[in-house]
Structure formats: C-alpha cells, structure tokens
Write a protein that binds this ligand. Sequence first.
Ligand code: AMP
Ligand code: GLY
Length: 422
Amino acid sequence: MNIALIGSGGREHAICQKIHESKLTKKIICIPGNAGTKNIAENLEIDISNFNKIYKAIKIFKIDLVIVGPEEPLVKGLVNFLETKKVKVFGPNKVASRLEGSKAFMKKLCKKYNIPTAKFKICRNKKEVKNFLEKISLPIVVKADGLAAGKGVTICKNKKQVLKISEEIFKGKFKSSKKLVLEEFIQGEEASYFLIVDKYTFKFFGTAQDHKRVKENDKGPNTGGMGAYSPASIISKTIEKKIIKKIVKPTIFALRKAKNPYRGFLYVGLMIRNNEPYLIEFNVRMGDPECQVILPRLKSDFLKVIIYAVNNNLDKINIDWKKEKSMTIVLCSKGYPGVYKKNREIKNLDRLNLDKKSFVFHAGTKIIKDRLVSNGGRVLNITSTGNNFYKIRKKIINLISMINWKYGFFRKDIGWKIINKK
Ligand code: AMP
Ligand code: GLY
C-alpha cells in the first residue's frame, strides 16, 4: 500500500517508522515530515492547511491511505474533505474533533452525560467570569476554548490573574475562539489513556505519562512535552474500568448518537484523585511525545491495525503489546518554550550505535546542504525500552551525552515520580 502521513513531529517519525516496518507498506510520503522521516519515506514540502495541495499529492502518488498525525488539520476538517473525494483516511471528522477543538464542547458533553470532570463555567464576558469567581475557591484554571498550541491553559492563584488572562482571551489572543472555560483545580496525579476507535468498537492503545513543564521537578512553564514513559502504573485495572465506564463509553456513544461516530486515536487526559479518574482533556490524536513511548511497545503490525480501524473491523483484530517498559527524553533547543534559534547543526547522530531497543525519533530537524540542523523547539526524542525505568533513563542520558549538542537541553528527571518510589 502507498501511505501518506500528515505531520512533522516526533510522533509522526515514530508512526512513520512503524509503517515502514510493516510488510503491507510499499511507499510512504510524509507531508511535510522531518529529517528523520526523510530516511524512510519521501518528504513533500506542502503546507498542511492547504487541503487542495494535499489532495493533488495524494493523486500523483497513488495513495491508498492517509494517516493524520496532528490536531489542527483534523479540527479544520481534513478528514471530511478527503472523504468527499473518496480518499481513505484515518482520523476523526470535523465534528468529532471538537472534543479537542473546543473545550466548551467537551465540557458540555461531560455535563450532559455526567462524565467526571472539574466543575466549570463557559464564559463569554467579564461579568460571567466575576460571577463564577464568587462561587469557587482558588486556584482556578483558565482555558481558552479553541486550539492554542499548548499555550491556552493557565493555573491562576489569585482572582486578579484570572481577570487578566480572561481579558486577553476575550480580546482575541487566540484566533481559534474568544470564549473561555473556567475550571476548578483538581489536585491529583496526571496520566494519559489511549484508544483506537472505529465506528462500532474501541480498543486499548496504551497508557503514558507526559512531563509538560520545562524544568526538572516539574517547574517552569508548560511545553508540548519534555519526555514521557509508558505504561503509566497509576492506571490500575480498577481505575481503567472506571475510565471506560464513566468517560470513554458515554463519549463515544454520544458522538454515535449525534451521527458523527468517532474514528481515530483518542487521547484521554486524566487526573486521578483518590482512585477516581477525572477527565482533564480529550485529544483527537496520539500524544507527542507519548506516541514515541507507546509505539515501540506495540507488537502487532501497526499498519494492519489502522487498516482494520479504517474499515470498521477493529473487533476482528487483536492488538498485542510487549511487556517491556519504555521512556523518551526530548532534546530541545535552548530557550524553548520561549525564544530559541533554529538551523543549529547536529553533528554526532551517526556516532550513536543504537541497539534494537533504542530509537532516535526526529521532531524539529531538517537537512540543509547535506547537514542535519535544528528546525524547532523540540528537536529529537531519544527513546529506549527495557525492564527497569532507572536503567532505561540512564541509557537514554548516555546516548544524549554522546550527541553532545551544545545548542540543546533536556530534563534528566523524566519518570521521577516512579523512579524515586523504588
Ligand atoms: P490541558 O491542555 O487541558 O491538558 O491542560 C494543560 C495542563 O494543565 C494539564 O496537563 C494539567 O497539568 C493542567 N490542568 C488542566 N486542567 C486542570 C484542572 N482542572 N486541574 C488541575 N490541573 C489542570
Ligand atoms: N504531550 C501532550 C500532547 O500531545 O498533547
């Protein structure tokens, strides 16, 4: 089969690698891809918001199946666009993607179906914000309604800050929406639960724990994710049952009932408090960097699983997982998530003698005149699998020290909550 993969992050390199390993694959094109995907696929420099151009490439390259990595084209309706043109595509449609594309939509659905989540209020003006502030104790979480590239959530310790952030959102700081959601702050432990979903059924697709803050000990501003590990041991069998019963099933049934059945990966972002799961967010795609730790643990043929899901046959396939654990550490450009420089050469990747259990997934990288250079905030994901998180982390840090990229930094404490416990 000829596959087109949309996106250019570490997530897409990890997906591309799995598709490359499948016997069912003939050719892969990545739109636009990165320097890592370039080694195993053909990269096409096309703007992913230009659906017509994507479609033209799909025709030229005789693509049989399109897999969409990031949220933005999903929320903008790429799946609907391609389906009307009779192209097979894996990912949720525009309405189903509102689970991630609009926090207000997601919260209203929670309210209607009694899904456990933080108490909230959707606000369109200052008066509504002030009214809610009277009723709820601090801290309060302010969330921009629409997509905000990971920058739309602020945990506020005082009312003044809530009002300031709210004002900015009402004035249009985020182009996607001028609404916001105010939320009760839930104290607990975060974890992410993944599913692959088709029209009729859904299957487990791994658990992971991301590290969103830029600095060690979970300090500093939020990022897209500085590292992750899988599985997330906090999700016990009992908690998993509650996640399915109280969160996943009502959501999937609601979308089916509204004649917009969900199909794609579903990322359930959770806070676990007193053994109870609370829904923090839905994402309509795999996580980045969570995908980079989940896919190396997948035993089944990834592409085969996707084909079964696209054809609504998920109930007819078993998805098998390795017992091994997995971790990734993200090597970032100095300055990220603030201002950072691009086009800094990365010289030593060839020196890494990777064994079968270790991977370098590229994110913000590109090739200029045969030289590998940085092209974003998150640059490389160094992933390794094994039986012991402490040893896996040590191995990854050793690999990063061999890269010795002077323009980069990384967190040495990924997995600190579970590693320090043992
Ligand atoms: P989100 O984009 O909704 O995942 O929010 C980003 C981060 O903010 C989450 O990963 C949590 O760490 C934190 N967060 C969001 N909502 C809440 C909440 N209601 N209570 C506590 N922390 C939250
Ligand atoms: N790592 C968080 C996300 O993919 O949204």
